[in-house]
Design a binder for this molecule. Structure first.
Ligand SMILES: Cc1cc2nc3c(=O)[nH]c(=O)nc-3n(C[C@H](O)[C@H](O)[C@H](O)COP(=O)(O)OP(=O)(O)OC[C@H]3O[C@@H](n4cnc5c(N)ncnc54)[C@H](O)[C@@H]3O)c2cc1C
Length: 480
């Protein structure tokens, strides 16, 4: 009987393994984007950065006259910039308005007086599988603003257990490395990785509803992934959103999983090239201009009120609102939007004699600590803590003191003296990416035929990230 049971278990295990391998070989159709937006095939992102045309050749496009109207785009974050660039490419006249005095929204760099450095509001990780971003960068000749991390390896350190490991995706779709115990995360077994295939059919489940939260892999892989991608705790984060991200990147193998780091910060890499491109095409963002109201008929927008100036729309004109969800619900209460957000706290330290991170990597995942991800750029060490609503209630001094002790331990420094530090709390960094909040994400078209939505939080089929913001802008431009 025992022999039979052993044979049966072995047979079941092999069956799961076969399913797992088959699943890696079959890209899912079900969870591809649910929208009509299709990106051109040649834009598949790969590690090799294609040759770009010299700026002067590609900047100003001859204005095509097939679109007689103007597209009024409100909000010059990544979604608005992406929409504006795509609209120009499609031959529209574009007028872009932004309430702040700079572009980039939640994704920006600024000159920090305490550190004496240009820093990003938060560390933003982009992977080479983010095809929407690549398309956008190609359009604005911005690919050279990024450098690809080589080799592709995600390093982690468990601060409690004093253990460290690295995850290195295989070259192809099948993650052969999971078959080798020495390559796996300490404390995990093959069954932990086979469980990944269960995410494929996820709809309204949280990650913890599918992956056993008591297994070490939950805290050592799923939690840091969920923090980084969803800015939401893995106990409540949407399994379908994680699946959407994995399908675009890690499940495609190494060349789609390569971290792409902004060489000189987020603004230089993602924002400035678009602003230059738009300026060259007579669509420079108009700053300090807030959308205050829209006048609508039952099926279209009649006019928009920018600061105290009313613009009446012609029949050929269109409007794209690339605004955060709370702004949309204040302007147009009929539109259903996500209502919950999550905070991100970033802590930036500048060190006089900056040691490298372990194994000389540019960033490292931290487990069992307040700090979640530590990045090093030159002499600035930046820590990101996602889903940080509770932490954000502490003072900046308290947060800096706790985080510095952890950073000092990782880089082998005596933590007694706090270096120059800046703590940035982004209270509404992203929407909460729970299954319930995802249900509230609206699609781009609205009941007003000349009004479209864009923004990372709209229904792109992706987690609310830069990739989603950029894709939402491209999608809105496609649908006009
Ligand atoms: C700290 C932090 C870390 C992050 N880390 C990552 C990461 O690692 N990877 C990743 O992919 N994503 C990350 N994100 C998310 C990413 O920044 C966002 O997904 C993206 O920037 C959203 O762009 P958006 O254009 O949709 O929205 P926003 O950037 O919010 O843009 C909206 C714009 O509208 C403007 N506006 C608002 N109201 C009005 C009005 N009435 N009239 C005119 N203009 C108005 C705002 O000023 C803003 O510029 C992070 C975000 C934060 C805050």
């Amino acid at each position: 009987m025992q022999g039979f049971l052993r044979c049966y278990s072995a047979w079941r295990f092999l069956r799961e393994l076969t399913k797992f391998i088959a699943f890696y070989n079959t890209p899912s159709k079900k969870f591809q984007r649910s929208t009509k937006f299709n990106r051109p095939r040649h834009l598949d992102m790969s590690y090799s950065i294609p040759e770009v045309r010299p700026r002067s050749e590609s900047r100003a496009l001859p204005h095509s006259d097939h679109n007689a109207g103007t597209v009024y785009i409100i909000g010059a974050g990544m979604a608005g910039l992406s929409a504006a660039v795509s609209c120009i490419q499609k031959g529209w006249r574009v007028a872009l308005f932004e309430a702040a005095n700079h572009a980039g929204g939640r994704c920006r760099s600024y000159e920090d007086s305490v550190l004496g450095r240009t820093i990003d509001n938060g560390n933003h990780l982009i992977l080479s599988g983010n095809n929407g971003i690549k398309t956008y960068l190609e359009m604005v000749d911005g690919l050279e603003g990024f450098e690809a991390v080589d080799p592709v390896s995600f390093e982690f350190i468990d601060m409690d257990a004093d253990e460290s490991w690295a995850l290195s995706p295989s070259a192809g779709r099948i993650p052969w490395w999971v078959l080798l115990p020495s390559k796996r995360i300490p404390g995990t077994n093959l069954t932990d990785y086979l469980a990944l295939s269960k995410l494929q059919g996820a709809t309204t489940e949280s990650l913890a509803g599918i992956i056993d939260p008591t297994r070490p892999i939950f805290e050592r892989f799923w939690q840091p992934l969920c923090h980084a991608v969803l800015n939401t705790d893995a106990n409540e984060g949407s399994a379908a959103s994680i699946w959407a991200m994995l399908s675009e990147t890690l499940l495609k193998g190494r060349e789609a999983s390569r971290p792409m780091l902004a060489k000189n910060g987020l603004s230089a890499a993602l924002v400035d090239p678009a602003v230059s491109y738009l300026t060259a095409n007579k669509a420079a963002p108009q700053f300090s201009t807030r959308l205050r109201a829209l006048k609508t008929s039952p099926d279209s927008v009649q006019s928009i009120m920018l600061n105290d100036q009313e613009i009446t729309l012609n029949a050929e004109d269109r409007v794209i609102l690339a605004l955060p969800p709370n702004e949309i619900s204040a302007l147009l209460p009929d539109i259903t939007v996500p209502t919950e957000t999550r905070a991100i706290v970033n802590v930036h330290f500048r060190l006089e004699y900056p040691p490298p991170l372990p194994n000389n990597v540019p960033f490292i995942g931290m487990i069992g600590s307040t700090s979640q991800w530590l990045f090093k750029r030159g002499d600035v060490y930046s820590v990101t803590i996602s889903a940080a609503d509770e932490l954000a209630e502490n003072t900046a001094d308290e947060i800096a003191a706790t985080v510095w002790q952890e950073v000092a331990k990782v880089i082998g420094r005596d933590g007694s003296e706090l270096p120059p530090v800046r703590v940035i709390k982004e209270q509404r960094a992203t929407i909460a990416q729970t299954p319930a909040q995802n249900e509230l994400r609206p699609d781009s078209p609205t009941k007003w035929q000349n009004l479209f939505l864009a923004g990372d939080w709209t229904k792109t089929g992706l987690p609310a990230t830069i990739e989603s913001a950029v894709v939402s802008g491209q999608k809105a431009a496609e649908l006009l």
